[in-house]
Design a binder for this molecule. Structure first.
Ligand SMILES: C[S@@+](CC[C@H](N)C(=O)[O-])C[C@H]1O[C@@H](n2cnc3c(N)ncnc32)[C@H](O)[C@@H]1O
Length: 352
């Protein structure tokens, strides 16, 4: 089988499929998607391996909103002998170029969770077999080998460019919930900062003394991330903020409407986690950036039940249109993060 395998959030297969279909068509690559509801993956089938290779090379992984991870399919085996799966996988793995590492994956589903023990059991002997065949731990290689088990006898085998894919197994970062953070939402902003910014960019963009506005801040999970990095935060929300944040001396709480609030002077960041119609949030963020009230913004778009891909595209268009009018250069990125639920996260920055 030729094509691309894409991991996504369970329930978002049709959005992931619509997106890759659109992007492939724009690259002149014809193909079709196999996407089963709640399976947490999509397969984009191409006629030839060359087309799949050209597609993964021409697209930037970060431009995909709904795909958490991807790889080019080398083979699909669905009749693995449960007494010797390695023998069944080796012919497919022999098709892979020498690679730097091996990702043993499942899908983000209950069935997938049950297969994780099998992945752990097989990882070591597979690594040994691949090293023996000089197919693994090639430090010069920029490729990563993926094996994704769908059941105890079926797996996709493939390869992804390390620099043009997620660095995380199944695209899921392992972030630990910080016990002093006031809400689990804190992980959304932490994941966003890790996804959209490199370590160097994070250090430069989030320096002690910088100023941020957090719209819809209560109880303070996002504010906590900013305070942790030494930023001064105005937290805008009618709801109560965690006392520990108010005691930090870095947080000013304003019980105001986030849509009406305006900063007294420009700030470095505006973040927004208000649950509202996505187009209203997109317009609000676009206004802040276009007016120069903030330099950078991270905001969440809570998605409707239907036409979610179209809704996200329309919201991004609102931001693009507004920023294009300013004549300023900017960077805009959007991703459905692992810690996002029925939502996506947008990062936008106006460049100097
Ligand atoms: C998902 S919660 C935010 C969680 C927060 N980011 C955290 O990490 O703890 C959404 C918040 O938006 C607030 N909110 C809703 N509408 C608002 C508005 N118009 N202005 C300001 N805050 C609003 C709610 O009071 C609620 O606290």
């Amino acid at each position: 089988m030729n094509g691309l395998f894409l991991h996504c959030r369970p329930g978002f297969e049709s959005e992931c499929a619509a997106e890759i279909q659109t992007l492939a068509a724009a690259q002149g690559v014809a193909g079709y998607c196999k996407a089963k509801a709640a399976s947490a993956y999509v397969v984009f089938v191409t006629s030839t391996d060359e087309e799949a290779l050209a597609l993964i090379a021409s697209l930037t992984f970060n431009q995909l909103i709904f795909a958490r991870q991807w790889f080019r399919i080398l083979a699909m085996t669905n009749d693995l002998d449960i007494n010797d799966r390695i023998a069944g996988l080796l012919p497919s793995l022999n098709l892979a170029p020498p690679s730097a590492e091996l990702f043993m994956e499942t899908t983000d589903t209950n069935e997938g969770k049950e297969l994780q023990a099998l992945c752990r059991k097989l990882a070591r002997p597979l690594e040994v077999a691949l090293k023996k065949a000089k197919l693994l731990q090639d430090s010069a290689s920029d490729q990563r080998t993926h094996i994704c088990f769908l059941s105890t006898t079926a797996a996709y085998v493939g390869v992804a460019p390390s620099a043009n894919s997620s660095p995380y197994l199944m695209g899921i970062p392992r972030l630990r919930f910080p016990s002093s953070a006031p809400s689990r939402s804190t992980l959304k902003l932490e994941e966003a900062l890790h996804t959209f910014l490199s370590p160097d960019e994070r250090e430069e963009a989030l320096q002690p003394g910088m100023r941020a506005i957090d719209l819809g801040a209560a109880p303070g999970g996002w504010t906590w991330q900013l305070v942790k990095r030494g930023l001064q935060v105005i937290a805008v929300d009618n709801g109560a903020m965690a006392q520990s944040l108010l005691d930090s001396g870095l947080v000013e709480h304003r019980r105001e409407d986030g849509f009406r609030f305006r900063p007294e002077e420009p700030v470095d960041w505006m973040v927004c986690d208000i649950v509202e119609q996505p187009s209203r949030i997109a317009e609000l963020a676009a206004l802040w950036l276009a007016e120069g009230w903030c330099t950078a913004s991270i905001f969440n778009l809570k998605l409707p039940m239907k036409k979610r891909y179209q809704e996200v595209e329309q919201c991004l268009e609102i931001v693009r249109n507004r920023l294009d009018q300013t004549g300023r250069h900017y960077h805009l990125a959007c991703k459905q993060l692992y810690h996002d639920r029925e939502e996506v996260t947008v990062f936008a920055v106006v460049l100097p």
